[in-house]
Every structure is written in structure tokens, then in C-alpha cells.
Design a protein around this ligand. Sequence first.
Ligand code: GDP
Ligand code: CA
Length: 308
Amino acid sequence: MITALGGGVGAAKFLEGLSEVIGGEGLSVVVNTGDDIILHGLRISPDVDTIIYRLSGMIDANKGWGVRGDTFDCLSALSRFGSQTWFNIGDIDFATHLYRTQLRQEGFTPSQVTSELARAFGLKEGITVLPMTDEDVETWIVTDEGEMHFQEYFVKRKMKPDVIKVVFRNIERAVPAPGVIEAIKLARVIILCPSNPIISIGPILNVKGIGEALRATGAKIIAISPLIGGVPLKGPADKLMRGLGLEVSSAGVARLYRDFLDVMVIDTEDAREAEIISDMGIKPVVLDTLMSDHSRAAKLASAVLSEI
Ligand code: GDP
Ligand code: CA
């Protein structure tokens, strides 16, 4: 069995490729839920949904999130009431959030809801999507313009404020969701997807017991850098790393994972960082990591697996 840890867009692209090359082997995906937010009274879990939409073939590949061909009538109708419409939610996407909210109100846990959504969207048998925890955790960004929910910083404020600190609210109460520790213990290989190390992988590693399980597992642990040429393709990985005083580079990402990481995949553009990574006691692997379509993602996934 393979276990992967990841966030949204970057993870989903890689996992789509991975799912094409694993044959019948099982795949468990532990997903960040720190990006979750309640808007319009609805529970939204962007990273979980991005992964489910991608693995069910429904993703809007141009945007990297949302459902292909979705319309935005409900959101425009909401603006009539003066509702906050900065977070883009398509009509089909709204249905997902309505259903999730209904199930949560009926007493189902986030893991039960996630497994029901994965079933309803027809995910391939053998693929299990697990939220990192059933506790409600929220990532907040402390900036020079005040403290705000990550989505507000990223989507509404377009990463303009300077980052001072990142806080995972309620993380101290979070325990791994059912199946997460087993997925880490039983895996033959664990993959940290090319996801934002601070706000996608970071929350997962901060759930009590997950770091310990990664250090204790017999599985090989391999990470793929989300930086190409030292910068993220999209999103705030560089701004967050810089704000926290970390070196913005693939070696900087490897350093965050060094107490459990065996192999670090970096892009050919960052090949010169291989030596620094090797000095950390981590095996560097240089590959073309740009996943511009699913066949390139599959090629990357198969190259990653051949390093194990
Ligand atoms: P988010 O939660 O939607 O931000 O998704 P993730 O955290 O899973 O992924 C975001 C990261 O994916 C960003 O830092 C991007 O640089 C990275 N990413 C996106 N596409 C690619 C790609 O094709 N190759 C690599 N190496 N990284 C990518
Ligand atoms: Ca995310």
C-alpha cells in the first residue's frame, strides 16, 4: 500500500498521475483540512474537494480547482444580499458543500463525510481519502494587517499583507482521523506530495501522533518539492516560508521534513541544491517535476516510485 500526504492543487495533480501508475495497489491519501472554512453557513473543505474532483475526473484542469464547466449563478445571486462572494464557489461545488453540511448536522464526522463524497463521485476502488483529523482545525495567518483566515489572506487579500506567523487554530485538540496512523504504519512507501510545506503539509505534521508515526514507520518516505526554480508555480509557499524566516528553496523544504525524510525529489532547475540535501542525510533525486498534464504527472509518479 502507498500512503500520500497532501493539500489541494499540487497534491491532486500528482495523485492523478500516481493513480494511473499503481495498478491494483491500494492508495490512502491523508488530506489537509486546515483550509476548511464556513461560508454562507456551509462547510467547505477545499483540499479534500480538489482531490476528490481531480481523482473523479471532474476537475476544472485550467483552474486546478472546482468542477469543469461549472456555472456561478448561485454565487451571483448571493451578491444581491450583500453576501461575501470573494471565495469562488460554483453551482455544482455548492451542492457538495450543502451535502457535507447536511451530513455534519446529522452527526456524521468529517471522515465519514469524505468517504461518502469519494463514493458518490465514483473514486476508483482501492483509493481512500482521509481527512487528517475529524477535529475542526483552521489555519490563520498573522500579518502586518492583522490576523485572518488563510482563505481570506490568499483569496480575498491576494497574499498582499506581509506574513508574520501561521497559527493552526484548535490543532492542540486534533487527533488523527480513523485510519490515518494505520495508513502510515502499514504503507510500503509514504509520499509527501508537491504541496505547500507550511499550510498543506504543515497542519498534517502538527496533528498529534502523525510526526511520531512518520519517524517510527518502516516505510520509505519520499517528498516532492513544490518549488521549481526556487519558486512555487502558484500560491503563497514562498511568501509563507520567507515570512517565517525559512530559506525559500527545495533544500529549505527538505529541511522541514529532515527528521523522517529518506528521499527528496527536486526539479532539474534546482539540481544544484542536491548536494545540500545530501548533506542533510537525505537522498536527493533530480527530476522534471512540472506536471503540465496528467501524462507528465504519471511520468513523474512512476519515476518517484522507481526511486524506492
Ligand atoms: P493548495 O492547497 O491548493 O495550495 O495545493 P497544494 O498545497 O497541494 O499545492 C500547492 C503547491 O503545488 C504550490 O506550492 C505549487 O508550487 C505546487 N505545484 C503545483 N503544480 C505543480 C507542478 O506541476 N509541479 C510541482 N513540482 N509543484 C507544483
Ligand atoms: Ca489548500
